[in-house]
Design a protein around this ligand. Structure first.
Ligand code: SF4
Ligand code: SF4
Ligand code: SF4
Length: 425
C-alpha cells in the first residue's frame, strides 16, 4: 500500500491510494458545549434528502446522547474494541504537540483502521480496512438512551457533587449531545473499501460522494466506515451517505448570489453551535496557514476544536469543541490528547476566541475570512482563579469573494422598548 501523511496521527501511514489532496477541503466545527439536542439539524437533513421510501432508517446526520447513545448503537465501542483487540495495549499517543500543523496532537503510536490487516476486502485485494457490519437492530433506534446520564441519579434531580472532579466540573452524573455527520475524511475508509471504485472525493472541495450508477450495494463502505456514516438502502440496493449539500457549497442557491453557502444541517442549527467552511490544504493534506479563516483559527491557532476519534486514521474533517463538564479521560479517548488544553482554553477564552465564537450561525454564507475591530472593556471577573476580561469587540465576516457578509459584537446589544409598545414584538 502507498504511504501517505496523516497529520492527526502526526506520522505517515498506509492507505490503499496515493495522496490526492483537493484544492479546498469541506470541514466543520461543532461546539458541543452549546448543543441542546433539539434535532433540528437532523430533521433539516431528513426533510431535504432522506424522506423517500427505503430511507426510513437513514439518518445522514444525527445527534446522539453520549456516553450510551449511538446510531448505529455502539458504533464507537465496537470499532475501538476491534482496534484494541488487534493491538492489545498499544493504542497510545506519545510525544509533544507540535505547533507547525504537522503533528498538533503528538504522535499516535497505535494502529488505525488501515494498519490492521483484517476484514474488509476490495475486489481481489484483501484486507484493506478494519471494519464490521452492524446488526439490523442497531440501526432501528437512532436516538436510544436520549438524555441518559453516565451515572443515573438515585433520587430525582440528585446529580451528586463530584468532589473528585477539578474546577467547575461539579456533577458526577454527566451526558452530552454528539451531533454527527459524514466527516468527508481526507483518507476515507468507505472509498478505500469500495470494490467498484464507486466512491470518489471531489478534487475541488474534498466532498466524498457515492456514484449511484456504479454502486451495486455490496456494503463494503458500510462495513469500513469507522463512523458508520455510509448507509444501505434496501429499495435501491445501493449505499447512500451525506452529500455535504454540495449544490449549496458550490454557491448554486440563489440566496447567496453565487457565494458558497453552509449546508442544511449547519444553517438550521437552533443552538448556533455549527460552523461549516472550506479550508485550503497542502499536497499532504496538512492545512495551509490561513490565520483569519475561522476554521483554521479554531483548529490550529486557538486549538479549541479537535477531530472526532483521530486514532481511527481516516483524518476526519469534522472538529468538535469538547464539553467542559465531562471527565477528561472520556474526552481524551474521543478527541485525542489535545483535549485538556482545548477545555482549558474554552473555559478561559481570550479576546479573539470570544469574538470568533460570535461568528457561529449569523449567516447562511460560508465565512472565508474574519477581521476584528477592538472595542472597550465591558466586564472583568475571576474564574477558576484566573482573570477574565470581556471586550466589546466587533467581528466582521467576509465571504469567498471578499464581500462583507455581516458584522457583530461580543456584547449583545440591549434594546429597551418604549412604554407605548411594551407588549409588542
Ligand atoms: S466518515 Fe465514513 S462515510 Fe464519511 S468519508 Fe469518512 S469513512 Fe467515508
Ligand atoms: S451536510 Fe447536507 S447532506 Fe450532509 S448531513 Fe448535513 S444536511 Fe445532510
Ligand atoms: S440543531 Fe444545533 S443545537 Fe439542535 S441538536 Fe443540532 S447541533 Fe444541537
Amino acid at each position: 500500500m502507498p504511504t501517505v501523511y496523516n497529520w492527526h496521527l502526526g506520522r505517515p501511514m498506509s492507505y490503499p491510494y496515493e495522496e490526492a489532496a483537493p484544492a479546498e477541503q469541506f470541514a466543520f466545527v461543532i461546539n458541543i458545549n452549546r448543543c441542546i439536542g433539539c434535532q433540528t439539524c437532523t430533521m433539516a437533513c431528513k426533510s431535504t434528502w432522506t424522506f423517500a421510501k427505503g430511507q426510513e432508517h437513514m439518518w445522514w446526520t444525527n445527534v446522539e446522547t453520549k456516553p450510551y447513545g449511538g446510531y448505529p448503537q455502539h458504533w464507537d465501542v465496537e470499532i475501538l474494541g476491534r482496534l484494541e483487540q488487534a493491538n492489545p495495549g498499544g493504542q497510545r499517543w506519545s510525544g509533544a504537540p507540535n505547533g507547525n500543523g504537522r503533528s498538533p496532537y503528538g504522535t499516535f503510536d497505535g494502529k488505525g483502521v488501515f494498519e490492521v490487516p483484517h476484514a474488509v476486502a476490495r475486489g481481489d485485494q484483501p484486507n484493506q480496512v478494519l471494519g464490521y457490519l452492524p446488526a439490523e437492530e442497531h440501526w432501528s433506534a437512532p436516538n436510544i438512551y436520549e438524555d441518559t446520564p453516565q451515572q443515573g441519579p438515585t433520587r430525582p434531580m440528585d446529580f451528586g457533587q463530584g468532589e473528585e472532579l477539578a474546577g467547575d466540573r461539579k456533577h458526577k452524573a454527566w451526558f452530552f449531545y454528539l451531533a454527527r455527520l459524514c466527516n468527508h475524511c481526507s483518507y476515507p475508509a468507505c472509498l478505500a473499501a469500495c470494490p467498484r471504485t464507486a466512491i470518489y472525493k471531489r478534487p475541488e472541495d474534498g466532498i466524498v460522494l457515492i456514484d449511484q450508477k456504479e454502486c451495486r450495494g455490496y456494503r463494503k463502505c458500510v462495513e469500513a466506515c469507522p463512523y458508520k456514516k455510509s448507509l444501505y438502502r434496501g429499495t435501491t440496493r445501493t449505499s447512500e451517505k451525506c452529500i455535504a449539500c454540495y449544490p449549496r457549497v458550490e454557491g448554486k442557491d440563489p440566496e447567496t448570489g453565487g457565494a458558497p453557502m453552509e449546508t442544511r444541517c449547519m444553517a438550521a442549527c437552533i443552538g448556533q453551535v455549527r460552523m461549516q467552511g472550506l479550508v485550503k490544504v497542502n499536497k499532504d493534506t496538512t492545512w495551509v496557514e490561513d490565520r483569519h479563516n475561522p476554521l483554521y483559527y479554531l483548529v490550529h491557532v486557538a486549538k479549541v476544536a479537535l477531530p472526532l476519534y483521530p486514532q481511527f486514521g481516516t483524518e476526519p474533517n469534522g472538529y468538535y469543541i469538547p464539553p467542559r463538564w465531562v471527565p477528561l479521560p472520556y474526552l481524551r479517548q474521543m478527541f485525542g490528547p489535545g483535549v485538556e488544553q482545548a477545555v482549558e482554553r474554552y473555559r478561559h477564552p481570550d479576546r479573539e476566541l470570544l469574538a470568533v465564537l460570535q461568528l457561529f450561525r449569523r449567516s447562511n454564507q460560508i465565512i472565508s475570512r474574519y477581521e476584528l475591530k477592538e472595542g472597550p472593556k465591558v466586564y472583568e471577573t475571576t474564574r477558576g482563579g484566573k482573570k477574565f476580561e470581556m471586550f466589546d469587540d466587533t467581528v466582521i465576516a467576509f465571504n469567498k469573494h471578499g464581500k462583507e457578509i455581516f458584522r457583530t459584537q461580543v456584547e449583545e446589544p440591549v434594546y429597551v422598548r418604549s412604554h407605548a409598545h411594551a407588549n409588542t414584538i
